[in-house]
Write a protein that binds this ligand. Structure first.
Ligand SMILES: NC(=O)c1ccc[n+]([C@@H]2O[C@H](COP(=O)([O-])OP(=O)(O)OC[C@H]3O[C@@H](n4cnc5c(N)ncnc54)[C@H](OP(=O)(O)O)[C@@H]3O)[C@@H](O)[C@H]2O)c1
Length: 263
């Protein structure tokens, strides 16, 4: 549970989409945000924002850059693991190297940052860790098996941390959010996947903007006892989704997913 509102925040993936909305929200409220991107020129220029160049696929970049940012900040009160990207393609044709990179970006990098941030938080007996997962970890997306599995892994890791740590640990689980995420997805082409790809374009276009995820982050940082998981998205995904995941038999759930993706 946070003793006080975090003032110094390390946020990954702050250049666009959800991360940018979180950075804007926190900086406007006077928090100091150290926000990362692979390319520092893509980061916003905001009061209280400190640009950080970090490639989450490179372990040495994570360690070296974290150390420099920590020295500049004097230590972080909150860590938000938000950065992410997806690979789309049939399991038999997506190269194993791309699968490994999914797990490096979405699971290993957040774990490494948590381990780096923990000593200060444990010493101060306060701190907030927020992991941005995905509804895809609960309702898997066809042709995004590695992405769905990596998000499920981060979700499980987050639940474990809640049991281990005397800190505030929250999972933010977005459904479809209208950002450039789909455009940034690396696609391994196969004609029989076109239909699912098209469904994703349509659902993303109709989805709410990233500000609703920034609202959830705000709640996780300010609520003295936030829920373990905050599901964010349109009404169906944020409210009916978690209910369906708990109540529907697996075969029926699969049928619903097949219908949704027109499989
Ligand atoms: N949009 C959705 O529908 C949705 C739904 C559920 C979950 N999510 C999750 O929400 C998070 C943010 O997604 P978004 O929608 O905001 O996507 P986005 O607009 O594409 O932003 C992705 C961010 O991640 C960073 N990033 C990507 N690869 C990186 C790497 N190798 N090293 C360092 N940074 C990297 C990007 O930074 P640079 O490219 O500038 O380096 C960018 O800031 C992701 O974890 C995503 O999985 C999104």
């Amino acid at each position: 549970m946070p003793a006080e509102v975090p003032k110094k925040v390390l946020l990954t993936g702050a250049s666009t989409g959800i991360g940018l909305a979180i950075a804007q929200r926190l900086c406007a409220a006077g928090c100091d945000v150290w926000g990362t991107s692979r390319d520092i020129a893509r980061l916003p220029q905001l009061p209280h924002f400190h640009p950080v160049a970090m490639d989450l696929l490179q372990s040495d970049s994570i360690r070296r850059v974290f150390a420099a940012a920590r020295e500049q900040s004097g230590g972080f009160d909150a860590l938000i693991n938000n950065a992410g990207a997806a690979v789309f393609g049939p399991t038999d044709t997506v190269p194993l190297e791309m699968v490994r990179e999914q797990f490096q970006l979405l699971v290993e990098a957040p774990m490494e940052l948590i381990r780096l941030a923990l000593p200060d938080m444990l010493r101060n007996k306060t701190g907030t860790i927020i992991n941005v997962t995905s509804l895809a970890g609960v309702f898997p997306v066809p042709y995004m098996a590695a992405y769905s599995a990596a998000k499920a892994a981060l979700s499980s890791y987050t639940r474990c941390l809640r049991l281990e740590l005397p800190l505030c640990v929250v999972e933010i689980q977005p459904g479809d959010i209208n950002t450039g995420f789909h455009n940034a997805t690396q696609r391994v082409n196969a004609p029989h996947t076109d239909g699912v790809w098209q469904v994703q374009i349509e659902t993303m276009a109709a989805a709410p903007g990233p500000e609703c995820v920034a609202d959830a982050v705000w709640r996780a940082l300010h609520d003295p006892n936030p829920p373990p998981v905050l599901v964010v998205g349109n009404f169906a995904q944020a409210h009916l989704g978690p209910l369906a995941a708990r109540l529907l038999p697996s075969r029926l759930m699969e049928w619903v997913l097949r219908r949704h993706y027109r499989l």
